[in-house]
Design a protein. Sequence first.
Length: 179
Amino acid sequence: MTSAQSPKPIWPERYKILLEFVGVSEHDLSLIRSTGPIVVKHAVQLTNEVYELIFDFPSAKQFFVKEDGSPDEKRIKDNKDTMIQWLYYLAKAPTNDGFARYLAAISSMHRSVPSHRPGLPPVPSQYVLGSISFYQTRLAEIFQNELTDQIEAHRASVAWNKLLIVSLDLLLGSYLTHS
């Protein structure tokens, strides 16, 4: 989505169109909100698991270590806190312009050369994709374990998958050459 006057994407408009295209319904948003407390309950655990995975891949790990190779505990904590906050936001099933801009800002941050280590490249997009896939898979498992009605667990997983994929589009927005 771009306007005639500006080559910059209109993120809120793009977000709303994709919510509709993917089929995020009011029922989906309600399911996300009703299962949000489950996600919030597991947010720290899930984020810790993502970071364990990140540290298994040197090209991902490089963003969270000091020049001597030791873990940069402050950077790790700050980034984990950001991911946990993102999950908290998602648990409220946001569809507003502010959330779209928030996701676009995160994308821009990932695509930019890290200010703390100017010699590093931007975050490779495959780790953004992989993180979303990880969350999709783990949330499905968590809903199966936490919800007694397995049909409801499946529906919750579907609803969350839709919202996560819409979020992924904006999280990768700065990587896209064509909007």
